[in-house]
Write a protein that binds this ligand. Structure first.
Ligand code: PFF
Length: 486
């Protein structure tokens, strides 16, 4: 008997938990600011409805109808397509190897919050004391013990959260999805009541409409939608496969898409209110304190925390929020892989969990060295700008031209909201065209110069090689899936 969610609520929470992650808090607000504030929001909402929700409908319908993980779902369409499911899972796996390292940094910072250990120079603390960052990618540096310990602890947490699959996840998400929301609301209230906050929020939201003519804005809006909704990784297919028969899929896709976007939007208030406060305090323009990604969470935020009343409490809340936001995204990536392995090999659940954890920790060790941040940066770029679109493109093409009618029939037979002709047009033309556009754009970007100014050889090792290996492994694993009588 295939495992099932405890309730519809558990499924919705788990899917929202996967979607809502680090991407919402540290990526969305910054690109929103960079590409015209309110204008970016408009583009983001268009991207959500134009590709995000339609592809969520696709993945939910596929997983629910086939009641199978990504590779087996594609196999049921045609054996020639099994590898596409595996490719998605392998990209997901590569992502989780570094996503968990970022969580390990957060775990370290959670502990540092107790004593505000970053002191008055959070930048030196992060790059020097925490990461032991080397001068360049050529110097490997040494393994950093606290990061390794953090990584192992995070993996234990992940494995325990998915130990019995959907059954365990159904319970865990009530805490790990709801808690960070509560903390986020607390942080927003704290943020907007600080002096200078309004200036920060103005920066975040004031629309610069001319940006809508900027192609980059659209590229970022669509990239963010794909990554943030966790589509194209086989995750939503696996999660939908644990739904009881006849569960609504269209309605759920709308709920999850909107909840994810809403969280990102609210996250912006938490980030920009405190940036406004900090800029005022330091007497500098906000643009100077704006940093994206790791810099924002591990340098700017600690600096801001230093200036708040009850800084320890604020630090603990912030890093606890990051960790609990990230953990459900991380275990969804693992769960999708476990489901794939179980559909293919006669492997016990516990063994599949452990196998993935051990291999992921071993790979993750690379990012715990002094040059880890550089490698993480390249791998992240290649997975989110190439692997993801490639996987989404393959997935939609197969569905659009080999299985669209049946899938639509299924979705409409179980869902309250019916999908119409618009969905066919989106899946057949719009998503493939946009994915190709994004892929070509990324290729042009890196053809000019290696990504991020790194040497070409590093880009080949950390960017192209994992993609090629993922393709090769996808074919090898699909051979095993196809041999099975399922
Ligand atoms: N959606 C997550 C975020 O925004 O941080 C990241 C993620 C989770 C991507 C799960 C992909 C995935 F399958």
């Amino acid at each position: 008997m295939k495992e099932k969610w405890d309730s519809r609520g558990a499924f919705v929470l788990a899917a929202v938990g996967s979607a809502v992650g680090l991407g919402n808090i540290w990526r969305f607000p910054i690109i929103c600011y960079k590409y015209g504030g309110g204008a970016f929001l408009v583009a983001y909402i268009i991207a959500l409805f134009l590709v995000g929700i339609p592809i969520l409908i696709l993945e939910f319908s596929l997983g629910a109808k086939m009641s199978a993980s990504a590779p087996l779902s594609f196999k049921k369409i045609n054996k020639r397509f099994t590898w596409i499911g595996w490719f998605a899972l392998l990209i997901a796996f590569i992502i989780v190897t570094y996503y968990t390292v970022i969580m390990s940094w957060s775990a370290n910072y959670l502990i540092h919050s107790v004593t505000l250990k970053w002191g008055s120079n959070p930048k030196t603390f992060f790059f020097g004391n925490v990461l032991h960052l080397t001068q360049s990618i050529e110097q490997t540096g040494r393994f950093v013990m606290p990061l390794i310990i953090g990584l192992v602890v995070i993996w234990i947490w992940i494995i325990l959260s998915i130990w019995k699959g959907a059954k365990t996840v159904s319970k865990v998400v009530y805490v790990t999805v709801i808690l960070p929301w509560i903390i986020l609301i607390v942080l927003v209230i704290r943020g907007i009541t600080l002096p200078g906050a309004i200036e920060g929020i103005k920066y975040y939201l004031t629309p610069n409409w001319s940006q809508l003519a900027n192609l980059k804005l659209w590229q970022e809006a669509f990239t963010q939608i794909f990554f943030s909704l966790s589509v194209g990784f086989g995750v939503m297919i696996a999660y939908a496969s644990f739904l009881p028969k006849k569960s609504d899929v269209v309605n759920n896709a709308f709920i999850i898409g909107l909840a994810d976007a809403a969280t990102a939007y609210v996250g912006g208030f938490a980030v920009f209110s405190v940036l406004g406060f900090y800029a005022e305090k330091m007497h500098v323009p906000i643009s100077e304190v704006m940093k994206s990604g790791p810099q924002l969470a591990f340098i700017t935020y600690p600096a801001i925390i230093n200036n708040l009343p009850l800084p320890q409490l604020f630090g603990i809340l912030f890093f606890l929020m990051l960790l609990t936001l990230a953990v459900d995204s991380a275990f969804s990536l693992v769960e999708a892989g476990v489901a794939g392995l179980q559909d293919t090999f006669n492997i016990k659940r516990g063994s599949a969990n452990l196998l993935i954890a051990v291999v992921a920790i071993l790979i993750g060790l690379i990012y715990t060295t002094g040059s880890g941040l550089y490698w993480l940066d390249i791998v992240d770029h290649f997975m989110s700008y190439y692997g993801l679109f490639f996987s989404a493109l393959l997935e939609t093409l197969v569905i659009a031209y080999f299985y669209r009618k049946k899938l639509k029939e299924y979705a409409n037979s179980v869902s309250e909201i019916k999908i119409g002709f618009w969905w066919d047009i989106i899946v057949m033309f719009i998503i493939p065209i946009i994915s190709i556009f994004l892929l070509v754009n990324s290729i042009i970007d890196t053809a000019h110069a290696a990504y991020g100014g790194y040497p070409r050889w590093a880009e080949i090792i950390a960017g192209w090689l994992p993609l090629i290996l993922a393709l090769i492994f996808a074919f090898v694993l699909s051979h095993f899936t196809n041999r099975r009588e399922k």
